[in-house]
Design a protein around this ligand. Structure first.
Ligand code: SAJ
Length: 417
């Protein structure tokens, strides 16, 4: 292990920071995890975890037991500081980088000559440069890098995470990384660090390009999903089966249309493109439109449900199959399926059945309505007049098609089409 990376501090112990800290510690590097939530610190120091991610519990527990990982509310001196805090919205889709600023200011007192600071949080272009400004304000005794400038006391780089929830431990090690330095010397230093645990390629670039690379990847996927979602609306109007259409079109050697659905959920794809739109609103026309198309899709599904319920909708019952934001996970964050089920249950007075095999209890918002029950898929289908398939969980493929006979069926994922 290079002598300069003996102690690493990871600030922000969420879905990215914690697995990253655990993987680095598993390589025999001493890692201090820092978070502002006392219950997170207590849980981790006891060798347990507070998030759901396959294989993470074992890796973290071993790291704690072997003394390579410890969590604290307070930063401490370290050779490398890796920041992985949330960057949510404020106001009208405006990126809020205040957690990055708070994290930068919290580590500033512990920097010294030779420190390496890396930002991993998904961030609008220019955030790494801002972070340097905050650090420099707090530490006038140290020099910090400027693009194309002279070597500085502290190296600063931006390196976005690209892991897929559910496969984080594998992808953290296997994926290629884009590593943007404030200067090329900063990028090289950060690459040396990532080599401690990354098997994929480490690709050097400027910090601004690396920031934009992350946003581009998710905006690319969002635009392509929007194309599929728009096609589904066009096909409804023209009475064409969109699933068959896409299968046929994808036989073209250079066409690969993605799958329509009830909308785009999760914490990344529905959020990150707005960071681009906010930075360049005049230019980012297609990206903004794609966001609107995907955000509009749940409303199109709700209109279909209202139609299926018909004029005598009052006493009829609805089954919603799936609440998660994508198949075979338990994550309900920003889920269009949950949005649709909740809106419709608020508006519909008849019985509502929800089948979500990955949860044990209804989310509070649905439970509070009083007329929504969490049941198995088969029970939901048997009891319902209108069946709405919202998530293509593997388990729903087992449903006997005979049981769907005579029901009004809205299949937003093409599972039974
Ligand atoms: N979806 C569709 N149709 C499709 C594919 C996806 O409707 O053909 C929907 C899903 O149902 C879901 C949403 O899109 O609601 C997002 O799911 P996803 O599997 O596309 O992506 P995430 O949000 O789980 O993870 C993404 C990944 N980014 C890309 O694939 C470019 C992941 O690599 C990133 O690390 C992650 O965002 C992140 O943290 O930014």
């Amino acid at each position: 292990m290079p002598k300069s990376f003996q102690k690493v501090s990871v600030v922000g112990l969420g879905y990215i920071g914690l697995p990253t800290a655990a993987v680095i510690a598993s390589k025999g590097v001493s890692v201090l995890g820092v978070d502002v939530q006392p219950h997170v610190i207590e849980t981790l120091n006891a060798g347990d975890i507070h998030i759901v991610e396959p294989d993470l519990a074992g890796v973290l527990r071993a790291a704690v037991q072997q003394g390579y990982f410890r969590a604290s509310l307070q930063p401490e001196p370290a050779d490398v500081f890796l920041i992985a805090v949330p960057t949510p919205f404020k106001g009208d889709h405006e990126p809020d980088v205040s957690f990055v600023e708070a994290a930068a200011r919290s580590i500033a007192p512990y920097l010294q000559k030779g420190s390496l600071v890396i930002l991993e949080s998904t961030s609008p272009v220019g955030t790494t440069e801002k972070m340097v400004t905050w650090l420099a304000q707090a530490r006038p005794d140290l020099s910090f890098p400027v693009p194309g400038g002279a070597p500085a006391d502290v190296a600063v780089a931006y390196c976005p995470e690209r892991v897929l929830p559910g496969r984080v431990l594998h992808e953290l090690v296997a994926n290629d990384r884009v590593i943007g330095g404030m200067t090329s010397a900063c990028a090289e230093r950060a690459i040396d660090f990532y080599r401690l645990f990354v098997d994929g390629q480490c690709l050097a670039t400027a910090a601004r390009t690396a920031e934009m690379a992350k946003l581009t990847e998710n905006a690319f996927r969002d635009v392509n999903i929007a194309f599929a979602n728009e096609l589904s609306l066009i096909c409804d109007r023209l009475d064409i089966n969109v699933w068959e259409l896409i299968k046929l079109a994808n036989h073209h050697p250079r066409v690969n249309v993605l799958q329509p659905g009830p909308g785009v959920g999760g914490h990344c794809i529905a959020v990150d493109p707005w960071f681009i739109v906010h930075s360049a609103p005049e230019q980012a026309q297609l990206i903004a439109t794609a966001r609107r198309v995907n955000d509009g899709k749940p409303h199109a599904v709700m209109d279909k449900i209202r139609q299926a319920l018909g004029a005598g909708g009052v006493g009829r019952s609805i089954a919603f199959l799936g609440l998660a934001f994508k198949p075979d996970i338990d994550d309900l964050r920003e889920s269009p399926a949950l949005e649709i089920a909740l809106h419709m249950a608020q508006e519909h007075v008849g019985p509502v059945y929800v089948a979500e095999p990955h949860i044990n209890a209804l989310p509070a918002s649905l439970k509070a309505l009083g007329h929504v029950r969490l049941v198995t898929a088969q029970d939901a289908i048997s009891a319902a007049d209108v069946v709405v398939l919202l998530v293509n969980h593997s388990q729903f493929k087992e449903v006997d098609p005979g049981t769907l006979q005579g029901k009004a069926l809205i299949d937003t994922r093409g599972l039974w089409s």
